[in-house]
Design a protein around this ligand. Structure first.
Ligand code: 5AD
Ligand code: SF4
Length: 438
């Protein structure tokens, strides 16, 4: 009988990619994945610390794991990822039902730990490495359209609100050769799109190769229809990178460019290293070189000390850029970060009001941007069945907008030309007018 594991993943795409790495390691040990948590021999949760809400969700799941362990004392329970660091003491002292706590750089130890004789105390390893990039491992990906490929780990930017430099450690990159080899493999496995991942993807640097050169190498992999990447830092957006994007058909015309805030004093306090003017100039450059680019962003409201006037400056940058969509967050103090020490925290109700205002404005901008493509023909990659109707496909444009259209003769993974008829809510609706091969 094979042993089985169950894994639940919270947080960003890096965590999704890490869970695939972990799955690969476990499968090498003869473990098989199961969706049935009650019947599994080992239960893992890959955790996120970026906001308090994410941690709360994990804590409530741990309550469920505890009761499973009460019924089945042999099950192994492992807490992995970003929360390992901050919670190791709490987990050891107050949660004896947890067997294993591993931070993001310690996953290689998992097979050995699972094979150990039963032990009395839990095992904790939250050591952060300056080198670990898991270059030689084989992530277990299942099937799909898009494969996540991690190209670098950690972050050295130290934005004052962000826990990531503490939970994931220093920035380090994989070699171009190993990344390209992995991309070739995922294409051979049937994937048609890759998303290159890093906490700070465009500060990629390995033996003289920067991100633009890496993208050029990845774009040359035969059979790869689409390349996306996330998330870049505005400071590291080079002209080179924009030209590489413009020159390659298979590099998608969309950029996720986190703004965070629109007032210079707040940006400085966040240690974002750019001003509102820099950001707006950068957007102008991007739109000059990549005219139909889709631009999305992350914005935080209620950062310590943010005044009404400064919040309005964030709305001002949004008005200027008119992002295609935005992830919006209320500032959440993270213990150990500089901003959590600031004395002038914004009242939660004020942050809530600002968040609502910002979401309302973004909805208008999304509609404006979506309406701009109505009447145009877009190349869409067929990705899945529409949730609303089994007669329709859903797929994305190059600029990362979802389009719903009648299936016709198209199949999943086809490129089709879709004439956009209508923009409602967040997605577009259209009709196939032709099949497109690239
Ligand atoms: N509070 C709120 N949002 C945060 N983010 C990161 N740290 C925090 C925090 N402490 C947001 C940023 C980042 C995104 C991934 O999460 O906008 O770009
Ligand atoms: Fe966090 Fe800033 Fe690094 Fe992004 S760039 S991971 S927000 S510290």
């Amino acid at each position: 009988m094979h042993k089985t594991y169950y894994i639940e993943t919270y947080g960003c795409q890096m965590n999704v990619a890490d869970s695939e790495l972990i799955a690969g390691l476990l499968q090498q040990e003869g473990y098989r994945e199961t969706g049935d948590i009650q019947a599994s021999d080992a239960i893992f949760v890959n955790t996120c610390s970026v906001r308090e809400h994410a941690e709360e969700r994990v804590h409530s799941r741990l309550g469920t794991f505890k009761s499973i362990k009460e019924n089945n004392p042999n099950v192994i329970i492992g807490v992995l990822g970003c929360m390992a660091q901050s919670l190791k003491h709490d987990l050891l002292e107050n949660k004896p039902y947890i067997d294993i706590v591993l931070g993001p750089d310690s996953y290689r130890r998992l097979p050995a730990l699972l094979n150990r004789q039963r032990k009395s105390a839990g095992i904790v390893d939250t050591h952060l490495s300056r080198f670990e990039v898991y270059d030689d491992l084989f992530p277990s990906r299942g099937e799909g359209i898009n494969a996540w490929v991690s190209i670098m780990r950690g972050c050295d930017k130290f934005c004052t609100f962000c826990i990531v430099p503490f939970t994931r450690g220093r920035e380090r990159s994989r070699s171009v050769d190993s990344i390209v080899a992995e991309v070739r493999q995922v294409v051979a496995d049937g994937f048609v799109e890759v998303t290159l991942l890093g906490q700070n993807v465009n500060s990629y640097s390995h033996e003289g190769y920067g991100f633009a050169r890496l993208l050029t190498a990845v774009a040359a992999v035969p059979g790869l229809k689409r390349i996306r990447y996330t998330s870049p830092h505005p400071q590291d957006m080079t002209e080179d990178l924009l030209y590489v994007m413009a020159e390659h058909d298979n590099i998608c015309n969309s950029i996720h460019l986190p703004l965070q805030a629109g007032a210079d004093r707040i940006l400085k306090r966040m240690n974002r290293t750019y001003t509102r003017e820099h950001f707006m100039n950068l957007v102008d450059r991007i739109r000059t070189i990549l005219p139909a680019v889709g631009l999305t962003t992350d914005i935080i409201v209620g950062f310590p000390g943010e005044t009404d006037r400064e919040f309005e400056q964030t709305l001002g940058v949004m008005e200027y850029v008119k992002f295609d969509s935005a992830f919006t967050f209320k500032y959440s103090p993270r213990k150990g970060t500089k901003a959590a020490e600031y004395q002038d925290q914004v009242h939660p109700q004020k942050s809530q009001d600002r968040l609502e205002q910002l979401i309302k404005l973004q909805k208008q901008h999304t509609l404006i941007r979506n309406r701009q493509v109505v009447g145009k023909v877009q190349t869409v990659l067929v990705e899945k069945e529409s949730k609303r109707s089994s007669a329709s496909w859903a797929g994305r444009t190059d600029s990362n907008k979802w389009v719903i259209f009648e299936k016709g003769a198209a199949r999943i993974k086809d490129f089709v030309s879709v004439e956009i008829r209508d923009a409602r809510g967040v997605s577009l609706h259209g009709n196939i007018i032709g099949e497109k091969r690239k």
